[in-house]
Design a binder for this molecule. Structure first.
Ligand SMILES: NC(=O)c1ccc[n+]([C@@H]2O[C@H](COP(=O)([O-])OP(=O)(O)OC[C@H]3O[C@@H](n4cnc5c(N)ncnc54)[C@H](O)[C@@H]3O)[C@@H](O)[C@H]2O)c1
Length: 388
């Protein structure tokens, strides 16, 4: 471990997640990291910034201040690219909140921005710290499931009441957010999906726009995925279903994992099902199977863990949990699902980033004026950001 002085962070955006980052710094959850400065056009309420952190109403002034070595960008997604480019141009390390950008085109341009040698650029994909997903990834990497045949994730427990959408005027608008549940809540799950199973070769999605909320964007989605090796997938998500479901099934020729909420079951075939099928003389039957529940322990360190790893990457050269380039994939999946619904057809991947951008710009230009009143003063934030 390096004996370098602590890494001085700057934070751009003091909204909901920005305040979570402030609290993690204040609680000392980022070893060798301090919050030295923060910026937002609106001054934070007293007590939000940890002691010693300087406030800047203007992000440019903070970047030029010489007070920070690394910057977290935690603003609405359509600002991620422009602010990220400024941070990189200032020669500072960058931690981008998810999504990397609202669109694949912006994400690709941000990734292409020149960087100094050693300048680190990471993405806040905090669900990757959760032990249950790390356990499944280790099983897959070890070949425990054999050849991937099917993945199915029903992740509909992202319920959000209307008060959530009223928190900020950018939410769930084409112009201000560039999407709904896909680019926001379920983006975490899209990342885990591709982290575990890789990117599909094509997909066909059905999106419902403002099905359960008075919003422009999608709040209910089912997508069918086709993988290069012939495997298939179904991904279903929503923000209007309660209690909702979180159930992930991944089936391969050597077994099956089923994760339902906190319970992870591993079904292990005695023989690879493809080998069994070729060798068996009986017309019925199936390989013997052993079922084990895998203990995963409590939730991972989440946002604080990703930041702690970022500090280790910068100060000690540790590998990043999620290099920024990883952030492109979930954005591409989210964009492709919307594009498929708009075009009413199967979309091959990689997605045509320019065509998607044009479709999104068209949706933004043709969106009706927003109907709802923004920002109730007394929204209770106490249950925010549980991990899925
Ligand atoms: N990783 C996670 O679990 C997680 C959770 C929530 C939000 N997020 C992401 O964080 C981002 C912000 O989400 P939020 O819920 O905190 O939004 P929010 O609306 O609560 O906060 C955004 C903040 O950015 C500020 N801002 C806008 N323009 C700015 C600028 N140019 N310079 C400085 N500040 C500026 C706004 O004033 C506001 O305070 C989104 O991209 C979202 O997807 C990630």
């Amino acid at each position: 471990m390096s004996s370098a002085p602590p890494l001085r962070f700057g934070l751009i955006g003091l909204g909901n997640i920005g305040k979570v980052h402030c609290a993690n710094f204040a609680a000392g959850k980022i070893p060798r990291g301090i919050l030295a400065a923060a910026s937002d056009p609106r001054p934070p309420p007293p007590g939000v910034l940890p002691g010693g952190a300087r406030f800047f109403p203007d992000a440019d002034a903070m970047l030029a201040s010489g007070l920070v070595d690394a910057v977290i960008v935690a603003t609405p997604h359509p600002l991620h690219r422009a602010l990220g480019e400024k941070v990189l141009a200032a020669g500072l390390h960058l931690m981008m909140e998810k999504p990397l950008a609202a669109t694949k085109l912006d994400a690709g341009r941000l990734l292409a921005h020149p960087r100094k040698p050693g300048q680190r650029f990471a993405i806040m994909l905090n669900l990757r710290t959760h032990p249950r997903y790390r356990r499944i990834r280790a099983l897959l990497a070890g070949g425990a499931l054999g050849r991937l045949q099917r993945v199915q994730w029903t992740i509909t427990n992202w319920f959000r009441p209307d008060a959530y959408y009223a928190l900020s005027d950018w939410r769930a608008t084409w112009k201000g957010e560039g999407g709904g549940v896909l680019v926001n809540q379920a983006l975490h799950n899209l990342d885990i999906l591709q982290w575990l199973c890789g990117m599909p070769a094509s997909l066909r999605a059905f999106c419902q726009f403002g099905r359960d909320h008075d919003i422009e964007t999608e709040d209910a989605v089912t997508a069918f995925l086709h993988y290069e090796n012939g495997a298939s997938g179904v991904f279903t998500t929503a923000t209007g279903e309660a209690p909702g479901v979180n159930r992930l099934e991944i089936a391969g020729t050597r077994g099956l994992v089923i994760l339902e909420n906190e319970k992870l079951l591993h079904h292990e075939n005695a023989l690879d099902a493809a080998d069994y099928s070729r060798a068996a003389s009986a017309a019925f039957g199936a390989p013997g199977v052993t079922v084990r529940e895998l203990e995963c322990g409590p939730a991972g360190p989440s946002h604080a863990g990703v930041l702690a790893n970022f500090v280790e990457a910068i100060l000690d050269g540790a590998p990043l949990l999620a290099d920024a380039a990883e952030g492109l994939k979930s954005v591409e999946l989210a964009n492709a699902m919307l594009y498929s619904a708009w075009k009413d057809k199967t979309i091959p991947l990689p997605l045509d980033a320019a065509a998607y951008q044009a479709a999104l710009d068209h949706a933004a230009a043709n969106a009706p004026p927003r109907r709802r009143v923004i920002r109730p003063a007394d929204v209770d934030m106490s249950k925010s950001y549980s991990t899925k």
